[in-house]
Design a protein around this ligand. Sequence first.
Ligand SMILES: Cc1cc2nc3c(=O)[nH]c(=O)nc-3n(C[C@H](O)[C@H](O)[C@H](O)COP(=O)(O)O)c2cc1C
Length: 360
Amino acid sequence: MDRSSPTTLPTAVQIGGLRIEPNLVLAPMEGVTDLSFRRMVRHIGGVGLTCTEFVPSAALHRGDNKFTRMVEFDADERPISIQLYGKDPEEMAAGARVVQELGADICDINMGCPSKKVCNNSGGSALMREPELVRDIVRAVVAAVDIPVTVKMRSGFDAENRNAPEIAWIAQEEGAQWVAIHWRTREDKYKGERAVDKIAETKAKLSIPVLANGDVIDIESARAMFEDTGCDGLLIGRGAIRNPWLPLQISQWQQGLPITVVNAEERERVMLAYFDSISAVFGRSEKGALGRFKMLANQYSRGLPAGVQFKKKVLHSLSGEEAREHVAEYFEKLRRHEQGERAVFEGYKAKEWVRKKKTG
Ligand SMILES: Cc1cc2nc3c(=O)[nH]c(=O)nc-3n(C[C@H](O)[C@H](O)[C@H](O)COP(=O)(O)O)c2cc1C
């Protein structure tokens, strides 16, 4: 494994007066990248930009409380991007004005969401089938605000229509300041074989920065994405749920610094800090906070010794208190395991752990 730091790969993206450094962006994820999650990743470090979950432009414009809360950010969360979705250019422009009023640094337009809810209304990735509508939306949004407007898309709608370079070109012509491309098509949803050619093609064609996205889960995949596409930066999504230290580790690699190794104590501290933060946000709704905590635990436990058993215990917890007990019990064992007490996880035969041991 070659972990030598890159000397020729970019480490920052400049758009107008805004410098994103490191050029690593926490990708927007509905139900995940709320204030608490973004706070967790930001406090660990390594992200140059965070992005809210997407919100419907019309609802944001109407002042719908639910969505206004979804785009709240800390005063020191800078730079921050708020992502909008919708298909009506005037409504998108109105939503973008609210984004600017709220003080965001960037307004991002979603053209990548594969969900039926969004696509049936011609929003999200369905927009990639309507280039003229893309033109109208980007034009209207760019005209409505002074802050940079960016666009996030997939490589296309399906295998026959991988038109990201054309859609990105339109976005550039209408004043978008960067495009971010997830290599999958809408049809791929979250599966499909890695094919980053359309990102590379777009990068070769455009003069604005092109950010690449999809399955960056470690330093090796980050390096491969930079090298295979020539991209200007990366968006990191699920990899940061599984390992919130991932952006930090990639940025350390970029700078040739030692890579942070995370021990059990730190893992537990970060996990509980997230739980405290999410509990404060949800207030009296213990169920809401527990749901988010389970989402984190589901990914966070991957690849850890006996992580599958730990995950199951947290997922089956009926209260926050019970979940915290499982956290305390598991990390106590993990600490002992790290100190050489291998027997502590003896008998765990979870597939994931067995597979890990086999492959070393
Ligand atoms: C749970 C979840 C929610 C997502 N929500 C959004 C969203 O609100 N806006 C968006 O543009 N993409 C959304 N995405 C897509 C991610 O931003 C990203 O493009 C995708 O997960 C691929 O990157 P990754 O392999 O690094 O996760 C979501 C993905 C996941 C897994």
